[in-house]
Write a protein that binds this ligand. Structure first.
Ligand SMILES: NC(=O)c1ccc[n+]([C@@H]2O[C@H](COP(=O)([O-])OP(=O)(O)OC[C@H]3O[C@@H](n4cnc5c(N)ncnc54)[C@H](OP(=O)(O)O)[C@@H]3O)[C@@H](O)[C@H]2O)c1
Length: 259
């Protein structure tokens, strides 16, 4: 079963996600963001490799020879109330810790990862699962997280590249957006939903976005919560057929009612 996925992020007015670049400086409050994280109350949360690496305590693991290990899940801690999940397809993060804020780390890997990396993860007490041969298969990863760790609700917390992958795969059920009255205003920072591949023109399969709540918070921040209804495969096919002679973006966005 797929866990219910809520994308929880803080953005500037121009939809960028690196608070240290925003002006005026200090407009963002990590404490407020974390408070909303707790209020949503999912327990488990997931981030991409770039975001995950910001929490790592080591630069690298030794590339020492290691015994061949099976490409099967290795779970250091079961029955936790929350898990910190990191998508690290090739095993680039050397943790030097086993939890983030008390939440046990679970790394999602592909089968490409060297045995020495698996050995080092075990030594750190970091759990891992596999989803995919060379690229992370998000559907398979979500299914395993549900079956093996009982995760039924999951906060997706960036960065933009991972959010974009989940969105384009139709895997996001809700969006929780803390809009901060600050502006990035320059190029180079990821957007809320981004892609690592500049030639990727895949549009999000969104049928409707329904506003659930809108709260004005301290310092002029606004907390928006939307429910996302993904376009069904049938709708996508119909729209693709209808739009074959039109420009791709106007076909999909023009047919998407926003409530
Ligand atoms: N404002 C906020 O609320 C907020 C929240 C979180 C993070 N952030 C910020 O966001 C920035 C990082 O964002 P980012 O967009 O550059 O990176 P990111 O989304 O954190 O990480 C992207 C990386 O994740 C890995 N990955 C594995 N499987 C993937 C998949 N299926 N789809 C996409 N990526 C996958 C890829 O690296 P490999 O190929 O190496 O595996 C990819 O390059 C940081 O500065 C962080 O502080 C902001």
């Amino acid at each position: 079963m797929k866990p219910h996925v809520i994308c929880h992020m803080a953005t500037s007015l121009d939809g960028r996600i690196i608070p240290s670049r925003w002006r005026p400086d200090g407009a963002h409050s990590a404490d407020l963001y974390d408070r909303l994280h707790d209020e949503i109350g999912c327990g488990a949360w997931v981030v991409g490799r770039v975001t995950g690496r910001e929490f790592a305590k080591r630069d690298r693991y030794p590339a020492a020879p290691s015994a061949k290990l099976p490409r099967t899940s290795w779970i250091a801690k079961r029955d936790a109330t929350a898990y910190a999940i990191v998508l690290d397809s090739r095993g680039k993060i050397a943790w030097g810790r086993s939890d983030l804020g008390g939440d046990p780390i679970v790394v999602v890997l592909t089968e490409q990862v060297p045995d020495a990396h698996l050995t080092a993860l075990r030594a750190d007490g970091v759990s891992y699962i596999f989803a995919g041969t060379t690229e992370i298969d998000l559907v398979a990863a979500l299914d395993k997280l549900n079956r093996e760790l009982g995760i039924a609700r999951l906060l997706l917390e960036g960065g933009g590249v991972v959010n974009g992958s989940f969105l384009r795969s139709g895997l996001i059920d809700e969006i929780s957006l803390l809009i901060v009255p600050a502006i990035d205003g320059a190029s180079g920072a990821p957007a809320l939903f981004d892609s690592i591949n500049p030639s990727d023109v895949t549009l999000a399969p969104i049928d409707t976005l329904s506003l659930d709540s809108c709260e004005l918070l301290e310092g002029g921040k606004v907390w928006l919560r939307y429910r996302v209804k993904a376009t069904s495969a049938d709708q996508t096919t119909n729209r693709d057929e209808q739009s074959s002679s039109r420009h791709q973006s106007s076909a999909v966005i023009g047919a998407t009612p926003l409530h």
